[in-house]
Design a protein around this ligand. Structure first.
Ligand code: UDX
Length: 442
């Protein structure tokens, strides 16, 4: 199929590695590019450098089929491909919270100097502040007359990255009015479009905004229910029953109403801060002041879990033994970026507790960043002798725990369910004191 788009993917982090593999899976020739030589080596050897169910098998399959190669050279990508996806990171700047765009800028400049041609299409996938694509389009037009830029945000969730990429809820194409980008993106995604995935074609800025608005909405939904949990605590209400009653209203829906220690990860926290910073720059900061509250409720959820643990210990955590189940920011992930679980564990350790943590996938990453926490190899190892146990990531393995089996291993049977992962009745029947944010103390 010589008319098929030939694809390069710049940046092989979470987003880029998944996108490259999935594009190859669709049958295209794909070149993945990264400045990190170690990453290129591992991906070329068929090894995914992070935990993502199903991705490694697809990587190997497509490497073997000869459709997928990885390189450190942008010049090679420019030579081999004509559609270039930019999937580099946009981290949070430490002071302002604004997005750091240096990798995105470097990718586009790099493509220009590597010899991008007039017929080439550059497609941004990274999450960027509104206005970035328009600026990059001008830079590209000045550098390579005839080359085009489109914005095609990515909504994949960690843990479901392959499925979300191959079967997205929607495709958003932000394009300039009179170009070829829409036609070419339709060719890239022809199979999904044929399967009925809806396409929204819009301008650059709206496409950028869809992504940040979606994440802002999701974050708001989580903080809304966590705010209700605070009210439940003050009134004796039950946030889980409240959420399930709310969910019957189809306008509200049941998803993202799980109260607990709040959202973390590499996207939601940084994206709502970058969105506020951008709104401030644009002079519409007031429109997004509520996101500051969303952030505050979220941070408070972590502190409330720490307070519950203190209370369970009858005061100071100093020299007390605490078992923590979960380190990843969510289950089915080894990602510990801005992990609420680790922040709660660290706060208890700083207050003097002996904290032992178990996580089925994220322990290695957690150990590297939190050298003062102890890590156990099993649930039993983490809770041995504990005076309170906290469940802080809702891994399936923790949901399935038998409280009766666990009980003899702890010093005092008190469990704090930070994620609404456990059945309170079952734990209470087995002799445990069950506590959760926003739930009554029966
Ligand atoms: C998110 C968006 O869902 C995705 O569309 C976007 O592209 C990237 O950011 P991800 O960071 O992988 O994806 O995680 P997500 O599943 O959205 O969970 C984010 C955080 O919210 C996790 O810490 C999770 O534990 C928490 N969460 C989620 C809740 O606390 N309550 C909920 O009801 C749902």
């Amino acid at each position: 199929r010589s008319t098929d788009p030939r694809i390069s993917v710049i940046g092989t982090g979470y987003l880029g590695a998944t996108h490259a593999v999935c594009m190859a899976e669709l049958g295209f020739d794909v070149t993945g590019v990264d400045i990190d030589a170690g990453r290129i080596r591992r991906l070329s050897a068929g090894e995914v450098p992070f935990y993502e169910p199903g991705l490694e098998a697809l990587l190997r399959k497509n490497l073997e089929a000869g459709r997928l190669t990885f390189t450190g050279s942008l010049a090679e990508a420019v030579e081999r491909a004509d559609v270039h996806f930019v999937c580099v990171g946009t981290p949070q700047q430490p002071d302002s919270g604004a997005a750091d765009l240096r990798h995105v800028e470097a990718a586009v400049s790099g493509l220009i100097t590597a010899g991008l041609g007039p017929g080439d299409l550059v497609v941004g996938k990274s999450t960027v502040p509104a206005g970035t694509a328009t600026r990059l389009a001008a830079k590209l037009a000045a550098g390579v007359p005839g080359a085009e830029l489109a914005w095609n945000p990515e909504f994949l969730r960690e843990g479901f990255a392959v499925d979300d990429t191959l079967r997205p809820d929607r495709l958003v194409f932000g394009v300039a009015p009179e170009g070829t980008a829409e036609r070419r993106l339709r060719a890239v995604y022809a199979q999904m479009i044929g399967d009925g995935v809806p396409v929204v074609v819009t301008d650059h800025t709206t496409a950028e905004l869809v992504k940040v608005a979606a994440n802002a909405f999701l974050a708001t939904k989580i903080s809304f229910i966590n705010a209700m949990a605070e009210v439940c605590e003050a009134t004796g209400g039950d946030v889980v029953e409240l959420a399930s009653a709310l969910a019957h209203d189809a306008r509200i829906g049941r998803r993202f109403l799980q109260a607990g220690i709040g959202f973390g990860g590499g996207c939601l926290p940084k994206d709502i801060r970058a969105f506020q910073a951008r709104a401030d720059e644009l002079g519409v900061g007031r429109a997004l002041t509520f996101l500051g509250e969303v952030d505050a409720v979220n941070i408070r959820a972590r502190a409330r879990a720490v307070a519950l643990a203190r209370e369970a210990l009858g005061g100071s955590p100093a020299n007390r033994t605490v078992g923590v189940l979960g380190a990843a920011f969510k289950p089915n992930s080894d990602d510990i970026r801005d992990s609420p679980a680790l922040e709660v564990a660290e706060a208890l350790r700083r207050a003097g507790a002996h904290v032992s943590v178990y996580d089925p996938a994220a322990a290695e990453n957690a150990r590297a960043c939190h050298p003062n926490l102890c890590f156990a190899d099993s649930v039993v190892g983490a809770v041995a002798g504990a005076e309170v146990v906290l469940v802080l990531t809702e891994w399936h393995e923790f949901r399935e725990l038998d409280p009766a089996v666990l009980r003899p291993h702890v010093a005092r049977p008190i469990v704090i369910d930070g994620r609404g992962a456990l059945d309170p009745q079952r734990w209470r029947t087995a002799g445990w004191t069950y506590r959760a944010l926003g739930r009554p103390r029966r």
